[in-house]
Design a protein around this ligand. Sequence first.
Ligand SMILES: [Fe+2]
Length: 302
Amino acid sequence: MQNRNLTETLAREQAMIPVVDDETLALALARKVDAKDHYTNGHSLRVARYAGLIAARLGMSEDQQKKIYNMGLLHDVGKIGISGTIINKPSRLTEQEFEEIRTHTTIGYEILNTIMEEPDLAVGARWHHERYDGRGYPDGLSGTDIPEEARIICMADCYDAMTSRRSYTTIHPQAQVRAEILRCRGTQFDPEIANAMVAIMDDDHAYHLSELGQIHMAEETMEEIAGDDPITAAEYDDVLAALSDSAALMDYEQTARMLRALPLYRIAPDDREDFSAIRHAFHELDWEGLIFAIDAAKVHHE
Ligand SMILES: [Fe+2]
C-alpha cells in the first residue's frame, strides 16, 4: 500500500517536472547567476546576444555563432560559487575579496567542464577576463593564445558593462562607449574584434544595443503578442519565448508588471483558479514555477 502511494507520488512528481532542453537549462542557469548579482539584471543574456552579433560580424558560421551565444549565456556561471555578500558589496572590495571574485572564472570552467554535454562551453567561462596584452586573469594568456570565443565574450562583456546601469546612475552615451573601445583596442581587446564591435555600433543608430534598448524591445514583443486576440495554441511557443526573454532581461518587479499586463486569462479562459495560480507563480518568479505554470495553461487550452 505504502509502495503504491510512493509510486503514485513519484509519477505525479515526474509529470510535474517540466521537460527542459539544453537551451532552457542554460537560460535558467544564467538567470540564477544574474539574480545573485543585484546590479546586473539580464547581463548574461545581453552578453550572449552581443557575442553572437560579433561572431556574425566576423563572418563565423551559424553553428559557431550559436556556440558563442551559449558560451556568453554561461560565461559568469562560476558566480554561483561566490559569496553573494561579496558580489553585492556596495563599498570597495579588499584585495582578498577581489581574489575570491576572480575565481568565478575557474569555478565556471569546472562546472561547465563536468556537467554540460558540451565541455567546450567552459572556454568562455575560464578566459573571458584575459586581456589581449596578457594582463588579465586567471592564466595571463595574451593575443591569440586566448581562445577566440573568449576574446569575443570579453568584448561583449565589457560592452555590456558600459551600456547597462550597474552601479552607474545612467548608461554611458554611445559615442563615449565607442571611444573607450577604440582606446582599449590592442591592450584589453583583440583589435579585430574591437573593430567588429565598433562597426556593429555604427549600424545601431537607435542604440538598441543597451540595457534599456533591449528591455524596450522585449516589451514591444510582449505587447505585440498580447494584442487583442486570444492566444492560440500555435502561438504558445512565441509566448513562452517572449516570457523567457523578458524574465532574463529584467528585474523581478519589471517582469511581474509586464506579466500582469499580458492577458493570460485568454490562454485558460475557463479556469479562474488556474489564472490566480499562474499569477502567483509569476509574482514569485521562480523560474521552474513559471515554466510549469505556462505548461499548465497550455494543457487547459487544448
Ligand atoms: Fe565575469
